[in-house]
Design a binder for this molecule. Structure first.
Ligand code: PA5
Length: 412
């Protein structure tokens, strides 16, 4: 992975002035990991976890589908992996619980043969209304379709000690996986939360974690001003603080990264939006949003940074055939769609740069497990470092909790 940030319009002097705060931020992040207060940084080394996940995935391999029920951090990571990595073997993943829209759940259930469907309910707390309500509805449907032994179709991923889901799973002897106590929802994709659905889908967990491990090791070893994840955090922070860039867009040029943008949006928003501070993350997608958002980014208020992700090599080299019938578009003849999508990103970056709009690009070689692991760890580190720079608690979410309490009171 490579990060090109020359068009971010942040001077070397500005970056150097942040050096000691970046060093402190890194020390704090590493100290939290060392003391076991935060476990996400060490997940790539956890071989027992991988074994646990594969053991249950293999016990359940007769199922054709896996219906994943979760919300927020218990949902978005698995979706991102499932969309990005195409596999040949494995179950087809479906998702529910990320919303309480009754029509959506009805449509999902109508299209599923529940006898052939494994249900992975994921909730760290075990008490979140959206996924738990959906799960109880799905469980009733399972009882009806599968009968007495419906519990074989369930794997519950939840806190090891408590919560309603843990109690229910214990009571009915369902298979369970733990959510590490020291890993928060939005940092949990590389734990059992994201790994079990990924394993069911046929994603290679060792490669995924190897990619994450490489980025983590580079972070531990390199000086912050030489480390891309720390630099990303520093550049976004300086852009926000000193240059009025209150919005931070992630715009991958790859359909497979569409859901990754949503994962980033939650990670950045829930972690950094605190105490009246915090950048607003935006998930865009290239080339599609060139015809939707770029007008605003290029010509509207100059209050955004844009980070592109370019996938250097796509799987298919589909070529545009003869354009003899479309002479005005003849310049595309013989070009591959890959060449076109790269030109689109480059052209957009050039136009933004000419208009003094801050932008940077992350390059990955291919859309595969290793690079997904790398991207995930890159953004998790960048988020943790940013939290230290903003001086907030990256890992809590009082704004979300307040909403949960209000909803409970209304429904009561
Ligand atoms: O990142 C977070 O902590 C949240 O988005 C949670 O993941 C989300 O609220 C779901 O919580 P739970 O897994 O307890 O159901």
């Amino acid at each position: 992975m490579l990060y090109d940030y020359k068009n971010m319009h942040i001077s070397t002097a500005e970056l150097r002035a942040l050096r000691s705060r970046l060093n402190d931020a890194k020390k704090k992040v590493l100290k939290m990991a060392r003391k076991g207060e935060q476990g996400w940084l060490d997940l790539p080394d956890d071989k027992d976890m991988v074994e646990r996940v594969y053991e249950i995935a293999s016990e359940k391999k007769k199922f054709k589908n896996c219906l994943v029920i979760g919300i927020g951090g218990s949902d978005l990571g698995a979706r991102a992996l499932n969309k990005a990595v195409r596999t040949k073997n494995g179950m087809k993943l479906f998702f529910a619980g990320g919303n309480t829209d009754p029509d959506e759940l009805h449509a999902t259930l109508s299209g599923l043969d529940l006898k052939k469907t494994l249900v992975n309910i994921i909730s760290k707390s075990g008490n979140t209304i959206e996924p738990m309500a959906a799960f109880m509805i799905v469980r009733e449907a399972l009882k009806r379709k599968v009968g007495r032994k419906y519990g074989r179709n369930i794997v519950a991923t939840t806190d090891i000690k408590g919560g309603s889901l843990r109690e229910l799973a214990k009571k009915y002897c369902w298979a369970t996986l733990p959510v590490p106590e020291n890993v928060g929802g939005r940092f949990s994709v590389l734990s059992e939360v994201g790994l079990f659905p990924a394993a069911c889908a046929g994603i290679d967990l060792d490669l995924l974690l190897r990619g994450a491990q490489k980025v983590r090791n580079a972070f531990v070893k390199e000086l912050p001003l030489k480390n891309d994840a720390c630099l990303f955090a520093a550049l976004q922070y300086l852009s926000y603080k000193k240059h009025g860039k209150k919005m931070q867009v992630l715009m991958p040029y790859a359909e497979g990264l569409r859901d990754f943008g949503l994962w980033y949006r939650q990670l950045w928003a829930e972690s950094l939006g605190k105490d009246g501070k915090g950048p607003t993350p935006i998930a865009a997608i290239g080339a599609t949003d060139q015809h939707s958002q770029i007008q605003l980014y290029n010509d509207g208020p100059n209050d955004k940074t844009i980070t592109f992700i370019e996938v250097k090599k796509f799987e298919h080299q589909t070529r545009v055939p003869s354009m003899a019938d479309l002479p005005k578009l003849g310049y595309a003849e013989g070009k591959t769609l890959e060449q076109i999508i790269h030109a689109e990103r480059r052209g957009t970056a050039r136009a933004l740069t000419e208009n003094s709009r801050s932008n940077g690009t992350l390059f990955i070689s291919r859309l595969n497990e290793e690079n997904m692991g790398a991207l995930i760890m890159f953004f998790e580190i960048a988020t943790a470092i940013s939290g230290e720079l903003y001086g907030i608690n990256t890992y809590d979410q009082p704004g979300v909790e307040a909403g949960k309490i209000a909803i409970e009171n209304i429904l009561k």
